[in-house]
Design a protein around this ligand. Structure first.
Ligand SMILES: Nc1ncnc2c1ncn2[C@@H]1O[C@H](COP(=O)(O)OP(=O)(O)OP(=O)(O)O)[C@@H](O)[C@H]1O
Ligand SMILES: [Mg+2]
Length: 329
């Protein structure tokens, strides 16, 4: 087992009326993938914001040590300089700028008084190759899918010689292929010596990729587990996360609603003339009286557009199709 690269000791962080972190201890070994799990509101993001200086030194109590040295970050730029990079689910890239402008933003390569764009583009191509992303460095961020944008963020961190890479729910908005690709990239980076902290609600994913897993619950450190040992499985993690045995994550429920259709949508389409594409294609569903309907899908799948356009708030979309309320068109 290698030495700790990072130690967070007795971290307590309060917001008005909430103790988000209560004497948390969190130790990460050099060159490992460390999964951080816990229910919504357990304190995972807050812990990482304390680490990265988003919640600055002085706003929490406890100590942060990087390779044994005490750190006092007052701003995110200070943790970045120390080699810590945090990547949020809501990406921090600028959509209207190119990939290379984003990667070098604030770290421009200069040639006397001017920016050396040729060198910038050359280095961007090299960095993109490190994350296996095959796109033109000049393409704008807004023209890339979420999965590729995520890779650009990681490329940006790698380019700055990141030592500790933190990913806060990176796969929440990704489809399965993009998620798998991202996790493989994490494994590769780990093998090249980058330490990764992965926050995710997808426990299978964490168990599959992490070397060590820490569970937080209600702002407390519950345990730190060696993920290479057989006892780390989904049910045991869930037990630590919620504090009791859960035998059935999705218990059977009785379908109580009546057969009477209260609301129906038929052949629903929505076209966005600004984007020049169809956002919703041939959607059909009905809701029975007393029924709860869930709309599920990845980011960008059209859930919000469907709800808004059916409600009559089509925000510039051209819609077609029929709506029936209690059978009346
Ligand atoms: N800026 C803030 N102001 C006030 N309360 C906050 C703030 N940030 C977080 N909290 C509270 O601190 C607690 C921990 O929140 P945190 O976002 O760290 O949880 P989390 O484990 O990341 O949850 P999730 O899985 O939903 O992202 C919650 O009770 C939350 O409401
Ligand atoms: Mg969070």
């Amino acid at each position: 087992m290698s030495a700790p690269i990072l130690e967070m000791r007795n971290i307590t962080k309060e917001f008005p009326g909430v103790k988000a972190l209560d004497d948390v201890n969190f130790t990460v070994n050099e060159g490992e993938i460390h999964g951080l799990v816990g229910e919504n509101g357990a304190g995972k993001s807050t812990l990482m914001k304390v680490l990265s200086g988003v919640h600055s030194y002085g706003s929490y109590t406890g100590d942060i040590l990087l390779r044994g040295e005490t750190q006092e970050y007052r701003h995110i730029s200070e943790s970045e300089r120390a080699g810590i990079a945090i990547i949020y689910q809501e990406l921090a890239l600028i959509p209207e700028m190119s990939v290379y402008e984003n990667i070098f933003l604030g770290h421009e390569i200069t040639n006397g008084l001017t920016i050396d764009w040729n060198e910038t583009i050359k280095q961007t191509a090299e960095t993109l190759a490190r994350v296996g992303l095959d796109v033109n460095p000049s393409v704008k961020i807004k023209d890339l899918g979420v999965g590729k944008q995520q890779l650009v963020e990681i490329a940006k961190a790698l380019h700055r010689n990141v030592k500790v890479l933190i990913l806060d729910e990176p796969t929440a908005a990704l489809n399965e292929a993009d998620s798998e690709n991202l996790l493989n990239l994490l494994r590769e980076q780990r093998d090249q010596g980058v330490t990764c902290i992965l926050i995710s609600h997808k426990l299978k994913e964490v168990i599959g990729v992490a070397d060590t897993i820490t569970v937080l619950r209600d702002g407390l450190t519950i345990c730190t587990l060696d993920a290479h040992k057989g006892e780390v499985a989904e049910p045991s993690l869930i037990k630590y996360m919620v504090g009791r045995e859960i035998n059935n994550i999705y218990p059977d429920r009785e379908h109580k609603c009546s057969a009477e259709v209260a609301f129906e949508v038929k052949d629903w389409h929505a076209y966005d003339p600004r984007l020049g594409r169809e956002l919703l294609k041939d959607i059909n569903f009905n809701v029975k009286k007393g029924e709860i309907i869930g709309l599920a899908g990845l980011m960008g799948a059209g859930r919000t557009e469907l709800a808004l356009s059916v409600f009559g708030n089509a925000a510039g979309y051209r819609v077609s199709g029929d709506i029936f309320v209690q059978g009346k068109k």
